[in-house]
Design a protein around this ligand. Structure first.
Ligand code: C2E
Ligand code: CA
Ligand code: CA
Length: 721
């Protein structure tokens, strides 16, 4: 009995003909071996044209079709095959490579019923073939019986459904029964009952897609997770809108097919892990990043921008030399983990190559938003990385290109961003640069500033503001930093951040620097004459410092103003000092021999180390705002968080005999803590923003009432208020 049954099945199988179309002989052989093993009859074709030829004389029961073939590719072949009326019921299964997954959609639109990813898994292949053939048979029978449902049957792959738009009922074909768990009496359900089975996170998407299909009377494809009996299925649903006239009534339906693609999706995921992820950082890799760009461009956003950013770590070889490859790896991992926040926000973050990360930032609306992102990324990288009790200072060079401003082509977006990253690196790093479009507007902005700046020098539009520096012991003003301001006749006050870089680039920083020095010296002389003992800090840019006549020029301006040398402090930055250490030492020595004070500005942001600092003839060290800003009082532990760096810098400076000025003091907690650490001088918005000379003078006069120092008064008020 059993024997006969098996024999019938064998005969049936053997009369089922499967056509394998693949240009590679090896692939054909592998597939042929499997398919014959399953018991089917095999026919072979080595190209699209051969397959069509074959099918014109003999219709196979199923076609396995390679996607990538020279000449006519799989999609084109598929389109031609489905147009042959003899193949009306012949399912086509497309064979795609892992990196061709984006063509899956194209395959479906071309009429393929299913797809399998190469290298093909034997079990999966057997199962898909059986499904497809059973389904084709079912289709054939359905078609013969129910001509009026012709349209639906054309679409029916594994299971089919019909959703009545008017009464929101769904009928599901009985073939879905085993498929997604539903039992016989559940094959008719309301739309809401159906939605209850859809995974919560996918529900909105499903509703939106279906509503859209009804509204626009069009077809749709939607993939979602379907939950039944605590089991999760991934359903691929393809459907279209139809509308029938039934007596006097117009009725609308969405009809279509369901397919359970859980296995494929899961297989794809586990396969793609090693292919798409970077093992060191656990971020996605270059292949994934590039596929994401192609993916977003397959349906480009119409009402938003997106940005491709290349983020290269500056001088990474130096870091590797310094802390070894193991240390370098730790830095990469730390940066990667900081970047993860962007992934959580829905952007794509990848490690593109060695020390280069890439991001795909989506859903942007203005260039300002792009700027904000890039600034934030720079800041994220700048936070020192702790490695074996050491603080490593890392910065990044970013290049960015924006869709659609720069290009609408994926390759161009990538090339553009990478080239822009190189420009940032050439410019010294720790900055971002846009590719063409915005770069042009940026260049134009710079050109305008440059043009206007020349006029501004002649029209005396540059003024100097002063920010008080307060003794941490007495709370009295002991000095001030001179900060340049541009009083533009139309644009109002322009911040130095906007014009100092252009001034440096164009050489105009020299005349502007002279103006600042002259005004600051004259002003200080005036206040000294009024009886206030103050030291004025003057910022010196790299260009001024490197010019041959720097000292002569400075000395002549100071002499002209008759202010004593000892009341002048020049502020230079670490990057200036490390560029040419011998020359720096020589200049600073000369200045100090005359009595002019020397100070290291923004300490901790550059590359200089304690040993380098030791060799420099300095009086003062200014702790960068970044370290002061981090300090926060921990209410529960009644100590201070993030204070280790500020603490270390201050202790170290004192051991070298340097005076310490802490910049960017904004809160009382910071003030109290810096007093506790014995920072000598404090500067920041807590005391005052930079103000014009008139206002500054009022401050000086206000604190001459020595019975109670003005700051003490203010701070006490803050404490009690
Ligand atoms: P800098 O030398 O580090 O100057 C300190 C900057 O920090 C000033 O910004 C000051 O307004 C700001 N600041 C002070 N306290 C606080 C605070 O509590 N919180 C915050 N958030 N900021 C605070 P400003 O005036 O915009 O100057 C920016 C930079 O421009 C300066 O940084 C300096 O590098 C440059 N610069 C300013 N004036 C001159 C100049 O005359 N010559 C040169 N070469 N560069 C200058
Ligand atoms: Ca400064
Ligand atoms: Ca500073």
């Amino acid at each position: 009995m059993n024997v006969t049954k098996n024999q019938t099945k064998d005969n049936e199988l053997h009369s089922t003909r499967i056509l394998i179309v693949d240009d590679e002989a090896f692939q054909r052989t592998v597939l042929e071996t499997y398919v014959s093993k399953f018991g089917y009859r095999v026919c072979l074709a080595a190209s699209g044209a051969e397959a069509i030829d074959f099918c014109q004389s003999l219709a196979p029961d199923l076609i396995l079709l390679d996607l990538k073939m020279p000449g006519m590719n799989g999609i084109q072949t598929c389109q031609q095959l489905v147009s042959l009326s003899s193949l009306k019921y012949t399912p086509i299964i497309m064979l795609t490579g892992m990196n061709d997954t984006l063509s899956i959609k194209d395959s479906y639109s071309a009429g393929a019923m299913d797809y399998l990813i190469k290298p093909v898994n034997e079990v999966l292949l057997k199962q898909r073939i059986e499904y497809a053939i059973d389904n084709a048979k079912l289709l054939k029978r359905l078609n013969q019986k129910e001509r009026e449902l012709d349209e639906m049957q054309k679409l029916a792959h594994v299971g089919s459904f019909e959703l009545s738009v008017e009464n929101r009922n769904i009928c599901i074909s009985s073939s879905c029964k085993g498929l997604i768990g539903l039992s016989s009496n559940e094959l008719k359900l309301t739309f809401n009952e159906f939605l209850n089975h859809v995974h919560e996170d996918d529900r909105q998407h499903v509703i939106f897609t279906l509503e859209n299909a009804c509204k626009n009377k069009q077809s749709y494809i939607v993939e979602y997770r379907f939950i039944y009996d605590e089991k999760e299925y991934i359903i691929y649903q393809k459907g279209e809108y139809t509308h029938v006239i039934d007596g006097d009534n117009d009725k609308s339906y969405l009809i279509g097919s369901f397919q359970d693609v859980t296995e494929e999706r899961n297989a794809k995921e586990s396969l793609s892990y090693s292919r798409y992820y970077d093992s060191l950082t656990d971020l996605t890799n270059r292949a994934f990043f590039e596929s994401q760009i192609q993916h977003i461009l397959s349906q480009p956003p119409t009402d938003s921008l997106f940005m491709v950013a290349f983020i290269g770590l500056d001088r990474f070889t130096l870091i590797n030399d310094d802390v070894g490859h193991e240390g370098g790896d730790e830095v990469l991992k730390e940066i990667a983990s900081r970047f993860r926040q962007y992934e959580n926000m829905g952007h794509t973050v990848s490690r593109f190559s060695g020390d280069v990360f890439t991001m795909l930032i989506v859903n942007l609306h203005h260039i300002e938003e792009c700027n904000k992102f890039l600034d934030e990324i720079l800041e994220t990288v700048r936070d020192p990385v702790t490695y074996k009790d050491r603080q490593l200072h890392v910065t990044a060079s970013i290049g960015s290109s924006v869709f659609p401003l720069e290009s609408e082509n994926g390759r161009q977006l990538l090339i553009g961003a990478e080239a822009a990253m190189m420009l940032s690196a050439e410019d010294g790093g720790n900055r971002y640069t846009y590719r063409t479009h915005h770069m042009n507007t940026e260049t134009q902005k710079r050109l305008t500033i440059l043009k206007e700046m020349r006029g501004a020098i002649e029209n005396d539009e540059f003024t100097v503001y002063y920010q008080p520096q307060v003794s941490s012991d007495s709370m009295e003003i002991v000095g001030m930093e001179a900060l340049v301001r541009w009083q533009h006749p139309e644009k109002g006050m322009i911040s130095p951040a906007d014009f100092i870089p252009v001034a440096e680039e164009s050489g105009l920083i020299k005349p502007i620097g002279d103006i600042v020095t002259r005004k600051a010296c004259n002003q200080t002389k005036k206040w000294l004459d009024m009886g206030f003992n103050l030291v004025v800090g003057i910022n010196i840019s790299a260009q001024q410092f490197e010019s041959d006549d720097f000292i002569d020029n400075l000395v002549s301006i100071i002499r002209e103003s008759e202010v004593p040398f000892t009341n002048i402090e020049v502020e230079i930055t670490e990057s200036m000092a490390v560029k040419n250490p011998t020359k720096t030492i020589e200049i600073l020595d000369k200045l100090r021999n005359m009595g002019i004070k020397t100070s290291m500005d923004d300490f901790g942001t550059g590359y200089s180390s304690l040993s380098q600092l030791q060799t420099l003839p300095l009086d003062t060290l200014k702790v960068d705002q970044a370290f002061v800003k981090q300090i926060r009082k921990n209410k529960t532990k009644s100590n201070y968080d993030n204070s280790a760096i500020a603490n270390a810098i201050i202790v170290m400076s004192h051991s070298l005999g340097l005076k310490v000025i802490a910049e960017g003091v904004e809160t009382l907690d910071q003030c109290e803590f810096l007093q506790h650490l014995k920072s000598d001088v404090l500067q920041g918005y807590l005391f005052s923003r930079p103000i014009d000379p008139e206002e500054f003078e009022l401050l000086l006069i206000a604190q001459t009432d020595r019975t109670a120092s003005a700051w003490k008064g203010i701070i006490n008020q803050l404490k009690t208020g």
